[in-house]
Design a protein around this ligand. Structure first.
Ligand code: SF4
Length: 224
């Protein structure tokens, strides 16, 4: 579960307990997530605070394990004022280390899923952009500020692959304002140096997007 301002994100890939346990890799883990969801709904997280914002999102990753369950999760979310945040499977972590990407990847089935979600959503559905990529700071557990070594952006998970991060400053030696300045200068330099490869990212349009949103929109905004 991740937190963001006034809201929470809950990983919820399916309401089928057995399949969700398999996805989470721990027997009994799914029931804990479902219990957590009940508590959140009882606490009022299923209602909007104002006219615009939901306070709870589901992080949903379609794989061959849960492809038939996505519609149920999506509909449940919409009925409870929860944002259904569908992100594509990343070529990273266990999926790559344990060579499971091929077995989990839904391949061309994603096109049909997108059509179904657009219909339920009532328009073109896509994962929203994560503001941290352009406007935040990524500080690791040691207090170091890290950025993507190629683009200088705070995060590059939107490419659905593990980013190569590099340390650019530490909170032990720099103020937050100084870190923001360093990040900004580094990003400007890298966008100039690597403009050809970065321009290629601007052509990438995922159907749903990964963590962070669509590369095309992110790079377009980052250039401003
Ligand atoms: S895009 Fe990056 S910073 Fe944003 S939620 Fe995903 S991992 Fe975190």
């Amino acid at each position: 579960m991740c937190g963001f301002e006034r809201g929470l994100i809950l990983k919820l890939d399916t309401f089928d307990e057995e399949r969700f346990d398999k996805i989470l890799g721990i027997k009994g883990a799914a029931s804990g997530v479902y219990r957590g969801l009940d508590y959140l709904l009882q606490a009022g997280y299923g209602k909007r605070l104002d006219g615009d914002n939901t306070r709870l999102a589901f992080s949903i990753v379609p794989t061959n394990l849960n492809i038939d369950d996505i519609e149920d999760v999506f509909v449940f979310a919409m009925q409870h004022d929860i944002f259904p945040s569908i992100g594509e499977l990343e070529q990273a972590g266990v999926a790559v280390c344990e060579k499971r990407f091929g077995e989990l990847d839904i391949g061309e089935k994603i096109k049909n899923l997108k059509l179904k979600m657009d219909k339920l959503w009532g328009g073109s559905y896509c994962r929203p952009m994560c503001p941290v990529i352009l406007t935040g700071l990524h500080i690791d557990h040691l207090g170091n500020c890290t950025v993507d070594s190629e683009t200088g952006l705070n995060c590059k998970w939107f490419m659905l692959k593990e980013a190569k991060m590099k340390e650019i400053a530490t909170i032990r030696e720099c103020s937050i304002d100084e870190i923001f300045e360093k990040v900004k200068k580094n990003k400007t330099d890298l966008f100039e140096k690597n403009f050809e490869s970065i321009n290629e990212y601007e052509k990438v349009e995922h159907l749903f997007g990964g963590c962070g949103g669509s590369p095309k929109n992110i790079i377009k905004l980052a250039k401003i």
